[in-house]
Design a protein around this ligand. Structure first.
Ligand code: SAM
Length: 467
């Protein structure tokens, strides 16, 4: 609950005159203490679980009108103690930001193979969402500049299990080397964060007019650095969780002054409660979310198309960082996948990777120009003629359904996720997949006298208890 007096007067004054802003209801909704919790299912994993199972596990309430797999929850459960959260069945995401789906669907032909960049991607809310919306022939590059945050992004993307994603850890400037490469670039920019004041009241103390100005300058730098990588005809989706015009409408005017772009209109039913706004100079449309108008936090999004221009593209400059896997390695690794997508097989040090064959040129280009943390499916390490399966393979939606699986009860699943010893029913010796409610959680190795737990140490549950 945020007392009215806690919202900085300079902040409230700066919002006066913004279309849709009503001081009274805005202050009241911040003072109400109401918390909205929402999740978005992973359609790549939902088929294995069935919505009615998920329904028994999560307190699902209404659907989020602008996101096909988004749901409000009637209360906030303890996600840490839900094994399906760790298995990547769903992502806990703020509802307003799922509006990205409308921007993408209404601006872009999603049946085409697309190259999509999520430039400021950690912890992965937009990236997991984008991946669910793209065709399997499309490529998603999820980038995060801050190393520790890139690790969290990687964890969330690996859990999501998509084979057609690459995770990079680069500065926006580095994307200048990929001239005219992407069909869509999403810039969910670092911002002054006023849209999240209700959920994170501690952020209020960090707000100042000066911080807004600094954010606005940084947003311009990020956009200027990344725009050369957008193809002519391609779409830029820009968003912030700030209400400030300097970070929202003024950025649209700046973009239209500096670059060859045109605004894209997104149709929104009035009952969704989203406010359509126009920039002062070019009347470019943007979409603003106020928590007193709808169930969600503060958010702003706009969509622009790059007009025709130079179509010059970059070239590979050096020897590929990846080598092709040998025939023998492919023969050993390929039975672990379901074969639904034709794969190209790669080797990096001792690791075998599978990446959609159709995207070979894209993979080579990205590994040539950027620092890649993760690409496609990390299958595992070769140990002689045996593949030691990687955790990413267990999480992958491409995993072969015939692989031996052991179903765990909730308490056993939590033991496994804490990386504690697990007692399993007698089963064949060797690698086995442990599952909860039909969804893979990871690998164990069954030996004659014990079972080794291969859950990644860095991801284990540290909190004690079970609810
Ligand atoms: N898109 C993410 C999601 O939906 O989960 C949230 C992104 S958050 C709003 C902005 C991200 O930009 C942060 O992860 C932050 O580390 C990153 N960032 C901070 N400074 C940056 C910079 N100068 N250039 C690019 N990204 C930056």
């Amino acid at each position: 609950m945020i007392p009215v007096s806690a919202l900085p007067p300079a902040f409230i004054r700066s919002l006066e005159g913004i279309h849709g802003f009503s001081r009274e209801s805005f202050e009241a909704v911040h003072a109400s203490g109401e918390q909205v919790t929402s999740i978005r299912f992973n359609p790549g994993k939902l088929a294995n679980c069935q919505l009615d199972t998920a329904n028994r596990i999560l307190p699902l309430a209404e659907k989020i009108p602008w996101a096909a797999h988004g749901y409000y929850l009637s209360e906030r459960p303890s996600f840490t103690f839900d094994p399906l959260f760790h298995a990547g069945l769903y992502y806990v995401q703020e509802a307003s930001s799922m509006f990205l789906e409308q921007a993408l669907k209404q601006s872009t032909n999603l049946d085409q193979p697309l190259r999509v960049l999520d430039l400021c991607a950690a912890p992965g809310g937009k990236s997991t969402h984008l991946q669910s919306l793209l065709s399997k022939e499309s490529l998603l590059v999820s980038n995060e500049v801050i190393r520790q945050r890139a690790a969290i992004l990687e964890e969330n993307m690996v859990k999501w299990g998509a084979p057609n994603a690459i995770i990079t850890n680069n500065d926006p400037q580095d994307f200048g080397k990929l001239e005219n490469f992407f069909d869509v670039i999403v810039v969910d920019a670092p911002c002054s964060g006023s849209g999240l004041f209700r959920r994170e009241p501690e952020a209020i103390t960090e707000w100042s007019g000066q911080a807004v100005q600094l954010c606005s300058q940084r947003q311009q730098r990020i956009l200027a650095d990344s725009l050369p990588a957008l193809k002519p005809g391609g779409v830029l989706i820009y968003s912030t969780c700030s209400y400030s015009k300097e970070e929202d409408e003024a950025i649209l005017d700046w973009l239209l002054d500096e670059f060859s772009l045109e605004p894209v209109v997104i149709r929104i039913p009035v009952e969704w409660g989203i406010v359509e706004t126009r920039s002062e100079k070019h009347a470019a449309c943007g979409y603003r979310f106020f928590p007193d108008h709808l169930q969600g936090e503060g958010f702003f999004l706009a969509c622009l198309r790059k007009k025709d221009g130079d179509r010059k593209t970059g070239r590979l400059s050096k020897k590929p960082a990846l080598q092709k896997a040998s025939k023998n390695e492919v023969a050993i690794a390929s039975p672990w996948l379901d074969g639904a997508i034709p794969m190209q097989w790669w080797k990096q040090d001792e690791m075998v990777l599978a990446f959609p064959a159709l995207l070979e040129q894209e993979l080579l280009m990205i590994t040539d120009k950027l620092y890649v943390r993760h690409a496609g499916i990390t299958m595992g390490k070769m140990a002689g003629n045996i593949l030691v399966p990687d955790h990413a393979l267990a999480m992958s939606t491409g995993l072969h359904a015939g692989i031996v699986g052991i179903s765990l009860k909730k308490e056993e699943a939590l033991q496994y996720l804490r990386k504690e010893p697990v007692n399993l029913p007698a089963s064949e010796q060797g690698w086995a997949l442990v599952k909860y409610q039909h969804i893979p959680l990871g690998w164990v190795k069954v030996l004659s006298n014990r079972v080794n737990n291969y859950y990644p140490s860095a991801w284990r549950i540290l909190k004690s208890g079970n609810n």
